[in-house]
Design a protein around this ligand. Structure first.
Ligand SMILES: *[C@@H]1O[C@H](CO)[C@@H](O)[C@H](O)[C@H]1NC(C)=O
Length: 364
């Protein structure tokens, strides 16, 4: 196909995609997380400037940032995807499993409730952007930043070299603050209003997410010297693995603090003085979560009918909790697995494939 034809085809495709999104999503709360689930982000991002205004999910000010920082958008989009994937992995075995819906709200109406789950989603998304921007700087992908400028840690062995190109956590943190929080700050809300409470909640949880990355930068080193003797080391700043960030935020989710307005209606305070005061690293929520047992279009709960569970487990993946007391059906399933593995000198492992019958339980 000639280049020009392909270009036209892209335009037509884009028009169809956009029209579809406009028709489908009039009543939907658009979120920038949508950048993480766009089927073909290149279509929007690598094309001409005006496309920022058509990216579904961006707020007015985010659209302006998109125009100024166009080269950042692929990394922001990857960050959003990183957050969504990690959310689904952390919540795989829970009633609410971080499932997405097919519109620009990404997580559906569930997130309109100011719940712990909403708190986690805000935090992990902000963390995702912090992470992927820090890495994009290091990879030389962005015009405005490069390798980390972190100072040599005082604890680093004096013979080792502080050099190499590290992840730029400072830039990642600052950019994620600008891009993610701006959506909350676009409007003024009156005291005691629901909107103000939600804004304060989101800002706190966004910050907790960024900190779960920023505060846990690591030092990575590489050996040099004669035949890997490691007499010489070069070290640099490195991001924590995103899995670790997800686990940290999951702990914060478990320990999240319920909050409500202070007496002036301007700030949020813990709802119960017996709880610890939340720090900037902690997640907060305003509303108790639904139980997510039954499908409910109003809350966006999908229910747990048909979800797989484990009859022997007493945790959230166990049938007792997962099925909300409705019980479960069991059946047998054939699975293939590697077996009779032998180590061959040198160096590979050879296995057979065996079939095995396993029990599967599924919620009624
Ligand atoms: C989450 O659970 C729903 C049913 O409640 C199921 O349809 C869906 O496949 C699950 N999604 C993920 C990402 O595990």
């Amino acid at each position: 196909m000639a280049w020009r034809e392909r270009c036209d085809l892209h335009r037509v495709l884009l028009a169809v995609v956009l029209l579809g999104q406009i028709l489908l999503s009039s009543a939907v709360n658009h979120m920038w997380w949508n950048l993480g689930v766009l089927r073909n982000p290149q279509l929007y991002i690598l094309s001409a400037q005006p496309l920022c205004s058509q990216l579904p999910g961006l707020s007015v000010q985010q659209t302006k940032l998109c125009q100024t920082y166009q080269d950042h958008m692929p990394a922001i989009s990857r960050g959003a995807r990183l957050g969504i994937r990690e959310c689904q992995r952390q919540f795989m075995e829970r009633r609410w499993n971080c499932s997405t819906v097919d519109d620009a709200s990404v997580f559906g109406p569930v997130i309109n409730i100011a719940s712990r789950e909403a708190a986690f989603v805000n935090a992990i998304s902000a963390a995702g952007v912090t992470w992927s921007i820090s890495r994009a700087c290091r990879d030389g992908e962005l015009r405005k930043c490069g390798c980390s400028g972190a100072l040599r840690p005082k604890t680093l062995h004096r013979d080792w070299i502080w050099g190499g190109c590290g992840d730029n956590l400072v830039y990642g943190y600052n950019l994620a603050t600008g891009f993610v929080d701006i959506r909350e700050r676009e409007m003024n809300h009156p005291r005691f209003s629901k909107e103000l409470a939600r804004m304060l909640m989101n800002l706190q949880n966004n910050e907790a997410g960024r900190r779960a990355v920023y505060k846990f930068g690591k030092i990575a080193c590489k050996c040099h010297g004669v035949s890997g003797s490691c007499s010489l080391k070069t070290c640099w700043q490195q991001l924590p693995p995103f899995r670790e960030v997800g686990e940290r935020l999951k702990d914060k989710y478990d320990g999240a603090t319920e909050v409500h307005f202070n007496r002036q209606g301007t700030r949020l305070d813990r709802a119960n003085k017996l709880y610890n005061k939340p720090t900037k690293d902690d997640l907060i929520y305003l509303d108790r979560s639904p139980d997510y047992c039954e499908p409910d279009p109003k809350t966006g709960s999908l229910g747990t009918h048909g979800r797989q569970c484990d009859r022997r487990s007493e945790s959230t993946r166990g049938c007792a909790l997962m099925c909300c007391g409705r019980g479960f059906n069991s059946f047998k399933k054939k699975v293939k697995e590697r077996c009779h593995c032998k180590f061959h000198w040198c160096c590979y492992v050879k296995c057979d494939t065996c079939e095995k019958i396993v029990d599967v339980e599924v919620c009624k």
